[in-house]
Design a binder for this molecule. Structure first.
Ligand code: BTN
Length: 226
């Protein structure tokens, strides 16, 4: 079992955990509140009391950078298994949002430390809306308390997340939570906006879509589900 630190308030658990990189030892951090929660693409992540804010620092002996998608799938499966255990049916919006009832229940931010073509360590940051109020993000985000008549305690969600994070996961489990393949999606790739059909997720994590008669492979394009 890795070392776990619990904090009341911190700017960002992903930032805070970086001080442990020099120790080269796996560790996880939970915070009750974040004052500077970070999202992907330089965005912020609403992090009021009542949510779960978690980061894990993991060192790898032999993780090729080409396999780094598995870090993401593992994180997503941990969150989805946690949601399901607590009575919510989650869905993965590629690559890293966990949604329920069409809104975002959880976000994942991964920062990898590379050494040549290897991943030396990863920082996996997970935020889950449990009892916090996300009404400021109207229609975009959702909290467990809106989905369940008797929502779990923040502590119960932390415990479940930790258990799921500490067990291995498979790519098949990840794919079992992906429901948009075969559907029309809106893609915004840099400046470009278009509609395409999602066809499959490749083993390295890229998304294959069909646009007209052409196949396109997306890495970090934004997609929106209909
Ligand atoms: C996203 O949806 O854009 C990613 C959000 C990631 C939020 C989590 S909360 C714990 C960890 N610390 C942060 O500052 N961000 C991640």
């Amino acid at each position: 079992m890795m070392k776990i630190e619990r904090l009341r308030s911190v700017d960002s658990t992903n930032e805070y955990i970086k001080k442990y990189i020099q120790n080269r030892e796996d560790v996880a951090v939970f915070a009750d509140v974040q004052t500077g929660g970070k999202g992907t693409k330089g965005r912020s992540f609403l992090s009021d009391m009542g949510g779960v804010y978690f980061s894990a620092l993991t060192f790898y002996a032999d993780m090729g950078a080409a396999n780094s998608f598995r870090i993401m799938t593992h994180a997503a499966v941990s969150v989805c298994s946690t949601a399901r255990e607590l009575g919510i049916e989650p869905e993965i919006k590629w690559p890293n949002d966990i949604r329920a009832g069409g809104r975002k229940l959880s976000g994942i931010l991964i920062e990898n430390g590379l050494k040549g073509d290897r991943v030396d360590f990863s920082i996996v940051g997970i935020g889950i809306n449990v009892r916090n109020d996300v009404s400021a993000l109207k229609g975009i985000a959702v909290s467990m308390k809106e989905l369940l008549p008797d929502p779990p305690s923040v502590e119960a969600v932390k415990q479940s997340l930790l258990n799921n994070y500490c067990r291995p996961s498979t790519l098949e489990e990840y794919l079992s939570f992906v429901h948009f393949l075969g559907e029309e999606i809106d893609v915004s790739e840099g400046e470009e906006r278009y509609t395409a059909t999602a066809s499959r997720i490749l083993p390295d994590g890229r998304l294959e879509v069909i646009k007209g008669s052409k196949v396109r492979i997306l890495t970090s394009a934004e997609i929106s589900l209909r």
